[in-house]
Design a protein around this ligand. Structure first.
Ligand code: NAD
Length: 408
């Protein structure tokens, strides 16, 4: 998917064939075997991955994902998207992504900690605050980042907070980082609603995936006056056309660890959820949720891609023919996370920390600039928002590579 998208953008930008491989192939791709002692006394060997897409503009930056289906291909695609996302937001980073094929929900906290520390140990030769900086992604959180930071720091002999972002504030994390992706998604939905003349007050929203990003996006949209009518997670979904009370739902999730069984709603499958008529649809879980099969039946006015790669190229071709849907492409829509991660890294390097208000103001400023630029380019050149966003990202990396030239 990522390569197909790149080829289309390269065609659009008329990048010569000879230049394309330098932009397309990852700089480094690592696979590591991670033996870990389990609680039952046995040892299991997990597979871990890390891909650093390019190092042209600075260190690489990207999440660490724990999910049973993590593979080198998935991580490589996510790393490439991170490159275009960072370039679009004007951050001095290349893209990276890492992951371990595991199911953290069926492991004890000690097992997850040992796995995280072993992975970090294996990655030490390839990471660093000026080389590659990790952050949370699906299945990982602030605690995971704290373990990565501790393992790296024990190796260095002193505390190195700038080795990860998305860590607890008490370890040098940034105020606002935990909510940044979801709040950024909601902020851009509000901008898109303005652009199409839709009032968010009373608008209906559906959110797939109720983790860090989905739950914060849902709560923020509710704060903006929208009515969240359906949400889901890996176990299933819930729907109530009168609106779900986010505060009560959050309490239910903190007790049951799933949205399933929320008393004030009916059950709905993840497949049906995506087809629910609504004003704003927010896929905030996995890749490839909106496909050639369901894209024609989706009924929303704004499709806010909070997840990375939720829409396949086949679906994109179908959606491009539908002028009733405004798409906020993933590399713009969920960029709030990496933007505040960048702020966290800057604060750690200077050991001087900002207030949450300062962080959010700076975030909205960058999001506004990126959104305005992409909207203008899409309208001027009569291309989709996705093409405009990808083209802006690819072009910036291409220029940097051209100016730096080839070594030796
Ligand atoms: P998370 O682990 O906190 O939450 C993921 C949610 O998706 C959970 O509710 C999980 O149950 C649900 N889910 C998993 N598989 C599902 C399935 N098959 N169907 C429906 N729901 C499913 O992860 P997150 O950090 O919220 O990340 C979600 C998405 O956002 C990912 O695509 C991630 O790459 C992207 N993203 C995250 C950040 C960030 O800052 N965390 C930044 C940018 C993009």
């Amino acid at each position: 998917m990522a390569c197909r998208q790149f080829d289309e953008v390269a065609d659009h930008l008329q990048i010569p064939e000879s230049e394309r491989p330098r932009l397309k192939f990852p700089k480094r791709a690592m696979i590591v075997s991670l033996p870990v002692s389990l609680e039952d006394g046995s040892t299991h060997v997990y597979s871990g991955f890390r891909v650093q897409h390019h190092l042209t503009l600075g260190p690489t930056k990207g999440g660490l994902r724990y999910h049973p289906e993590v593979s080198l291909g998935e991580v490589a695609a996510l790393a490439m998207w991170m490159s275009w996302k960072c370039a679009l937001a004007g951050l001095p980073y290349g893209g990276a992504k890492g992951g371990i094929a595991c199911d953290p929900h069926h492991m004890s906290p000690h097992e997850v900690e040992r796995l995280t520390r072993r992975y970090t140990q294996e990655m030490i030769p390839f990471i660093g605050p000026q080389v590659d900086i990790m952050a949370p992604d699906m299945g990982t959180d602030e605690q995971t980042m704290a373990w990565v930071m501790d393992t790296y720091s024990m190796h260095a002999g002193y505390s190195v907070p700038s080795i990860v972002t998305g860590k607890p504030v008490s370890l040098g994390g940034s105020l606002g980082r935990r909510d940044a992706t979801g709040r950024g998604v909601a902020y851009l939905v509000a901008r898109a609603a303005d652009a199409i003349g839709m009032d968010l007050k009373g608008a209906t929203a559906v959110v797939q995936g109720f983790g860090n990003v989905g739950s914060v996006a849902a709560q923020t949209l509710e704060n903006y006056g929208a009515k969240i009518i359906a949400v889901s997670d890996v176990f299933g979904g819930v729907i109530n056309s009168r609106g779900l009370d986010m505060q009560k739902l959050m309490k239910h999730v903190s007790e049951k660890r799933t949205v399933k069984g929320f008393p004030e709603a009916d059950a709905i499958s993840n497949e049906q959820l995506l087809l629910t008529p609504c004003d704003v649809l927010v896929p905030a879980a996995l890749e490839r949720q909106i496909t050639g099969k369901n894209a024609g039946q989706i009924k929303c006015r704004i499709l806010a891609e909070a997840a990375n790669g939720p829409t396949t190229p086949d679906a994109d071709a179908i959606l491009a023919r539908r002028d009733d849907i405004c798409i906020l492409p993933d590399i713009l829509c969920n960029s709030g996370g990496v933007i505040v991660s960048y702020f966290e890294w800057v604060q750690d390097l200077q050991s001087f920390f900002w207030t949450e208000t300062e962080v959010m103001q700076k975030l909205y400023h960058i999001l506004d600039q990126a959104y305005d630029r992409i909207l203008k380019s899409s309208r001027d050149r009569k291309i989709s928002m996705r093409m405009a966003a990808l083209a802006a990202g690819v072009q910036r990396v291409r220029e940097a590579k051209t100016i730096r030239g080839l070594f030796p």
